[in-house]
Design a protein around this ligand. Sequence first.
Ligand code: THU
Length: 128
Amino acid sequence: MDDKKLFRIASEARKKAYSPYSKFNVGAAVLTSSGKVYAGCNIENATYGATCCAERVAIFKAVSEGETNIKKIAIEGDNDGLTFPCGICRQVMAEFAPDMRVVLGKKNGEIEIFSLNQDLLPHTFELD
Ligand code: THU
């Protein structure tokens, strides 16, 4: 699946965001090595701390279906420009693909490509 199509799926997922506290809606979609796509949105909680980002919802959906080989992720947030994944999500992404392709886009559909280990999370934490 090409980057733009995956980004459109992330954009659709953003519409399902449960974000009554921040009102900041995020959508994400991951493509796995089997060719399947899992989408997610941010899910907030009244405790705030129990909130889960869209990226982790999408990744955890894939992994809980036995799909740990993730090729790329697309993300759309509420910013005017690109929405970059938070630090916790970067580390979760690195768990499943240190060299994950990260497709970030704006609401006008323009996308930019980043590499997880080269651009977003060099020197990932690893257990020996
Ligand atoms: N959020 C994400 O879904 N992904 C990120 O990478 C950063 C932040 C969500 C969490 C919260 O629901 C809202 O955006 C504001 O932080």
